[in-house]
Design a protein around this ligand. Structure first.
Ligand code: HEM
Length: 552
């Protein structure tokens, strides 16, 4: 037998072994999923109609078809909650799209999860697959136990109040570029999409916060931002569920891998830049008041005993950093940009809210909008004196939560609803359905109305929110680490823009004769779609004009 034949046989044998291992893994996972769900069926637990071969995939498909195009999976879960989750929880087996979950839409049961010593902090293995195209490896969202604790402690100093405040001169500088773009658009009066502009703004801000880099994405597309967006587009196929099976397509798998390599190349370039800067800063004994996430990680690395500034970063640390920085880059811009756009929608849709918001900004910053920019840069703590603005952001996130939380169940966590029905969680993930909880008429007065005052009234008032019912940043130990940062950023965004401009959404103009049935998304034309976090559909078409409320 010739060498070539031997090589071909060896490669074919290896491929066969890999395929066989994958097939066995698939069958085992399928068997585990079905066995658990069959047991729950026997116990007559709430769930959609079950198909022995397809599990609940058909029910998921039906729910997604009852929604308008591209509706986010949170809407799909919400739709299924309306059909099957009247007791506050139902089981779902969408294998192979995901492993079985218990979807919880009741804050009492969500609290039981968040108070459990194991499940409150444990993320399910299925999340690793979800994040893999975005991060390429373990990250704070997916890690558990000591690995999570170690990396969490490594990055947390970035989120200290003083470090975040030190970033604000740069944050408002980027918002000034965004404001200038809106000024130009207000002159032309043209129809445009607000979302790409806002994503570019947040790309530039997060580039600085994560890498201490000036990406300049508001001026010209940056390859890091472009590749992340390409990767997200690939991941979030419109109308999910069955088309999600496209994940098994080898062409798509190659594209994921290739985008991942490009992301890693750019992230490594940022790491190399900062290693060089770190070394020269060490030599010059330079002290920067603001430290990026990457700078903090490098400082910790080089401060370890026996390590010299001239040493290379070792391969394991580099791998860990790449995945965590990819995660922070994504988490830091995507959902914040979506929330900023939704705030634009909510405040300009409600003139009475806008009037109160502007009055609060006048009281704290005076009527000179240009001065507000310098005031925030000099003293970001002023942003803490804006209770109404804070309530507007909270109310926007109540109606349009950008993300959701998930936990791993376990044998000794059996949830109980108020009627005493039990929900075992062993062998399944627990998905907290924020959208269903935050729009539930049993939990909220005037649930679909935009009422920021509900976050300002005292306990005992009918509007006062029920404990645990508001949770767009999740709950407990695994709460979003970016919450304080997001709140500051969105407050600054509103202070700098809400008085100068009027923004008018133009969905009717764009939709034209296209009839969209909005019945199952609470008749909300700006319903959320899959695009990373949950984003406003069709990138928020609008026109902007100068308000005349203040002089620019
Ligand atoms: C509007 C913006 C944002 C929203 C709505 C949001 C929401 C969330 C949610 C729902 C979770 C899961 C919480 C849970 O499982 O209980 C989460 C986790 C996380 N978020 Fe955010 N997030 C936002 C912005 C950010 C930003 C700006 C950063 C960082 C720059 C960030 C970093 C993280 C991290 C690292 C985690 C994982 C925490 C852990 O498990 O240790 N997020 N976020």
């Amino acid at each position: 037998m010739g060498t070539a034949t031997l090589v071909v046989n060896a490669v074919a044998g290896m491929l066969l072994a890999v395929l066989l291992a994958r097939a066995i893994r698939f069958i085992l996972a399928l068997w585990t999923a079905r066995r658990f769900i069959m047991r729950m069926r026997k116990l007559e637990k709430p769930m959609p109609p079950f198909n022995p071969i397809l599990g609940h995939l058909l029910a998921g498909k039906t729910a997604s078809e009852e929604l308008p195009p591209g509706a986010h999976s949170m809407h799909i879960l919400n739709r299924m909650t309306a059909k099957y989750g009247s007791t506050g929880a139902y089981y779902l087996d969408m294998f192979p799209v995901m492993t079985p979950i218990l979807t919880v839409s009741d804050p009492h049961m969500a609290n039981q999860v968040m108070n459990h010593p194991f499940s409150s902090a444990e993320k399910p293995p299925a999340l690793i697959d979800w994040f893999l195209p975005i991060t390429g490896g373990p990250n704070l969202f997916t890690q558990n136990g000591d690995a999570w604790r170690h990396d969490h402690n490594l990055f947390m100093p970035f989120f200290s109040n003083s470090n975040l405040d030190a970033a604000f001169p740069f944050v408002v500088e980027q918002m000034a570029i965004y404001r200038d773009k809106l000024r130009a658009l207000s002159k032309s009066g043209e129809l445009f999409s607000l979302e790409p502009l806002t994503l570019a703004l947040m790309n530039d801000i997060i580039g600085r916060l994560v890498f201490n880099a000036q990406l300049g994405a508001q001026a010209t597309a940056h390859p890091l931002s472009d590749t992340m967006i390409r990767q997200l587009n690939l991941k979030f196929v419109a109308n999910g569920v069955v088309s999600n099976l496209g994940r098994l397509n080898p062409v798509k798998l190659f594209q994921f891998w290739n985008n991942g390599c490009i992301l890693d190349t750019h992230i490594r370039a940022q790491i190399n830049n900062r290693v060089a800067a770190y070394r020269s800063a060490k030599i010059d004994d330079e002290q920067a008041s603001f430290k990026s996430i990457l700078d903090i990680a490098l400082e910790t690395y080089y401060s370890q005993a026996g390590r010299r500034a001239t040493d290379e970063v070792d391969a394991d640390y580099l791998k860990m950093l790449c995945a965590q920085l990819r995660m922070f880059f994504f988490a830091g811009y995507d959902s914040t940009a979506a929330t900023m756009v939704y705030c634009c929608y909510t405040i300009w849709k409600h003139p009475e809210v806008l009037a109160k918001l502007r009055a609060e900004h006048d009281a704290v910053f005076g009527r000179n909008v240009a001065a507000a920019m310098d005031m925030i840069a000099d003293d970001p703590a002023l942003l803490n004196s804006l209770p109404y603005t804070n309530a507007v952001i909270k109310e926007t996130l109540r109606l349009f939560p950008a993300a959701a939380g998930i936990r791993q169940g376990c044998r000794d966590l059996v949830l109980k609803d108020e009627a005493g029905n039990e929900y075992p969680t062993e062998s399944c993930g627990i998905q907290i359905s924020h959208l269903s909880i935050q729009r539930n008429p049993k939990l909220w007065v005037r649930p679909l109305e935009f009422v920021p005052e509900r976050f300002l009234v005292e306990p005992g008032h009918e509007l006062y929110p029920l404990k645990g019912a508001w949770g767009p940043f999740g709950h407990g130990l695994r709460l979003c680490t970016g919450q304080a940062l997001v709140t500051k950023e969105v407050k600054a965004f509103l202070v700098l823009l809400s008085r100068e401009f009027n923004v008018k959404e133009c969905y009717d103009e764009v939709d034209g004769d296209r009839k969209i049935d909005l019945t199952n998304v609470d008749n909300e034309k700006v319903y959320q779609v899959e695009a990373g976090a949950a984003h406003p559909r069709d990138k928020f078409p609008c026109r902007v004009s100068l308000s005349g409320y203040v002089s620019p």
